[in-house]
Design a protein around this ligand. Structure first.
Ligand SMILES: Cc1cc2nc3c(=O)[nH]c(=O)nc-3n(C[C@H](O)[C@H](O)[C@H](O)COP(=O)(O)O)c2cc1C
Length: 425
């Protein structure tokens, strides 16, 4: 995931380097990341929650037992609703607490309850850092999957010289960027079971959102897909007990909870991610994949000319992800579901797509502005869909996308059990 869409939860410990966490917020935000901060009570001795709130543009959380916070965004949600957690400065005390699994304030409770990757930037006096207890804690945290940046060598506030200075904000940003390249949601811990559901024991692969097809380093061709429907389907499948992989184009909504989300930009990236995530029992292709892309991507920004001549771009066809998965001779998911977003002749096009793409089911919707869904389907929270299969057409009423997702997942679970389901095209 690029930094400009990342949601960072910053945990600020009570160390002398806490002032640098203000600069870290600035560096993250100028790169487009959104930042929420949690401050330990000791950190408020070094920087004020007001400065942190002003720089993050968000309320600062510091109290585990805050009725208001718990009502607005509970501590569990706060711990999970982030793409990356950064502890900066990570004090000796915080490292010890997390290594031991203590949870006696908001910061340590969040760190124990999270399913998100953690990056720690330690900062302390060099004797504290070199103390065997701290080194034991750091080794334990590394084993537990916590990533570290720094500490650097340098002159301490106390006058000594050696390791213990917090890494510079830009080095922390670089380490965050590196971590965000891979999925940052941790797998379910062994022994943690989901409530059983109709899809327990099955693997579901979902695509969602638009794709971005670059023209030059700053421009791309995209569409209005928000990812709301695809993400809702991935979440509903996880809630139905499935192991779910979501391949998402660029969207501004959070990754669904309990779902492994792979972030991609282009149609070709999406196909590669889908193929890497196979095998699956069910493939639901919700993404609005660009049909074409510019044949050549300019290496530098295409400039206006003095004569006012307008550039023209040759286009080339993108891979057809749905058809390529549905036509697989080996490893075809048992159930392949496609979406058909049309602006006219919805049913005719969808029936044609069902046959052409060798799907088991097409979910068709009218995404024209004239559709009877208030506010439109693309980007909106409601949808009106028709289910098209070899059995015929079934039209559902206007429903919230979450409800469409739940019903569709329930239908997929039924179809998966159906003896008539074909295993290959
Ligand atoms: C002036 C001063 C500076 C401190 N600097 C650090 C520091 O850089 N690193 C550290 O681990 N602890 C430092 N401490 C100790 C922590 O503030 C103390 O362990 C506190 O309990 C940490 O709480 P927290 O981990 O909940 O933020 C400092 C204490 C004082 C009084």
């Amino acid at each position: 995931m690029p930094l400009n869409r990342a949601r960072i939860l910053l945990i600020v410990g009570g160390g002398i380097a806490a002032y640098k966490s203000l600069d870290l917020v600035r560096r993250l935000r100028e790169r487009g990341a959104s930042v929420r901060a949690v401050m330990t009570s000791a950190s408020a001795q070094f920087v004020t929650p007001l400065s942190m709130a002003s720089l993050t543009g968000n309320q600062v959380h510091d109290d585990l037992f805050s009725l208001t916070d718990e009502a607005q965004m509970g501590h569990i949600e706060l711990s999970r609703d982030a793409d990356l957690i950064i502890i900066a400065p990570a004090t000796a005390d915080l490292l010890a607490k997390v290594a031991q699994g203590l949870a006696n304030d908001l910061a340590s409770t969040l760190l124990l309850a999270t399913d998100t990757k953690v990056l720690a930037a330690p900062s302390m006096n060099l004797r504290m850092w070199l103390h065997p207890a701290t080194q034991r804690n750091v080794a334990q945290l590394k084993t537990d999957g916590v990533a570290f940046v720094g500490p650097d060598d340098g002159e301490m506030a106390c006058g000594e010289y050696g390791p213990g200075r917090m890494a510079e904000p830009l080095a922390i940003v670089a380490a965050a960027l590196e971590l965000l390249k891979a999925p940052t949601k941790l797998p379910l811990p062994a022994g943690l079971k989901r409530a059983p559901g109709p899809l327990t024991g099955h693997r579901v692969l979902v695509t969602s959102g638009p794709t971005h097809e670059p023209i030059d380093p700053v421009r791309y061709i995209a569409n209005r897909s928000s990812g709301k429907q695809g993400h809702a389907i991935a979440l509903a499948a996880a809630q139905a007990g499935a192991e779910v992989v979501l391949v998402s184009g660029p969207v501004s909504i959070p990754d669904p909870e309990g779902v492994q989300t792979l972030h991609v930009e282009t149609a070709r990236d999406m196909l590669a991610a889908v193929e890497s995530a196979l095998p699956a029992d069910i493939f639901i292709s919700t993404a609005a994949v660009a049909d074409w892309r510019p044949a050549e991507v300019a290496a530098s920004k295409v400039k206006k000319t003095a004569t006012g001549s307008v550039p023209s771009f040759a286009m080339t066809e993108n891979p057809d992800i749905l058809a390529s998965i549905a036509h697989r001779q080996v490893g075809r998911p048992k159930l392949v579901v496609g979406f058909a977003a049309e602006t006219g002749n919805v049913l005719t096009y969808a029936q044609d797509k069902l046959a052409r793409k060798a799907c088991d089911l097409i979910v068709a919707n009218d995404v024209s502005l004239e559709s009877d869904v208030a506010g439109g389907v693309m980007g909106g929270s409601q949808n009106k869909v028709h289910l098209i299969s070899s059995d015929g057409v079934e039209t559902w009423p206007i429903l919230d996308k979450d409800e469409v997702a739940r019903r569709l997942v329930a239908r997929c679970a039924e179809l998966l059990m159906s003896p008539n389901l074909k295993a290959a095209p």
